[in-house]
Every structure is written in C-alpha cells, then in structure tokens.
Write a protein that binds this ligand. Structure first.
Ligand code: THU
Length: 143
C-alpha cells in the first residue's frame, strides 16, 4: 500500500486536523497548527501544537498526534500524516517532527501539507527525510 491516499481518507485527515487546529494552544507564536495521522489500519488521530511560557518546552502538532495514536491504540504504522496551518499557505513538518514521523512511517508513506482554502499537497516521506536515521541503525551488525 503506497502512493497518494484516497480522497475519503484525505478528507478524514483534513477534518481531524481542523479539529486539532481549533484547539491549538499557541499564544506565544500566534501560529496554530493542526496535525492528523492515518494508520495502516485506517484509524485517524489528531493533534495540535501546545506551547509553553518556557518556549523550548512547546510541543508540535505532529508530536501531539503521534502521542494520541500511541496512547489510544499502542504503536501503529502510519499510512499518511497531514499538517494544517491557519494561513493560505502550506508548511511542511519541522525537522524534529520528520524524525518523529520516521519512527512510525515507511519511506513510501505520504505526508501532506495543507493551508486555508488550499488543496493539500503530498509527498512521499522519503522526500522529506532521505537517508533517515532509525531503529534499523541501532541493530548491532552480525559479523
Ligand atoms: N509547529 C508545529 O506544530 N509543527 C511543525 O512542524 C512546525 C512548527 C509549531 C511549533 C510552534 O508552536 C509554532 O508552530 C511556531 O513554530
């Protein structure tokens, strides 16, 4: 299962990300973000950014969505993820969140960026984080 997801699933991700962004806590940046992930089993989980007065402690929306997924159903493989911003523009996941997604996503999983009144654009995960570091690197080589 690879390549772009179907229109229905994309709509489900968008709806979840809109619910997420409505709950975003972004008083410091004024940049609310909603994220949603679609598991290979077809489940959808949403998240939003959660900032903190101690700025570096803020949580990205993607991290919150992954936390919601693992908290609800345990570990799942991701089929797709979507990031929504509240502007007529698209933003792709930050570097840290690319690594977070890597934990649960294959190279051919899809990542979508969406903005206000903009059709989501999608790319395979490998395009966002080529040569990714992952659990496979921690396996000791057998000689
Ligand atoms: N942010 C996300 O939620 N996801 C990203 O991939 C990039 C940035 C949030 C963090 C912070 O609350 C705000 O956007 C501005 O950086």
């Amino acid at each position: 299962m690879s390549g772009p997801i179907g229109r229905d699933d994309l709509e489900r991700l968008l709806r979840a990300a809109r619910e997420g962004i409505a709950r975003a806590y972004a008083p410091y940046s004024g940049f609310p973000v909603g994220a949603a992930v679609l598991t290979v089993a077809g489940e959808v989980f949403a998240g939003c950014n959660v900032e903190n007065a101690a700025y570096p402690l803020g949580l990205c929306a993607e991290a919150a969505a992954l936390g919601a997924m693992v908290s609800a159903v345990g570990q799942r493989r991701l089929r797709a993820a979507l990031v929504l911003i509240a502007r007529p523009a698209r933003a792709w996941p930050c570097g840290g969140c690319r690594q977070r997604l890597q934990e649960f996503m294959e190279a051919d999983g899809m990542v979508y960026a969406a903005g206000l009144d903009l059709e989501p654009a999608g790319v395979p995960f490998a395009q966002l984080l080529p040569l990714a570091f992952g659990g496979h690197d921690l396996v000791l080589p057998t000689t």
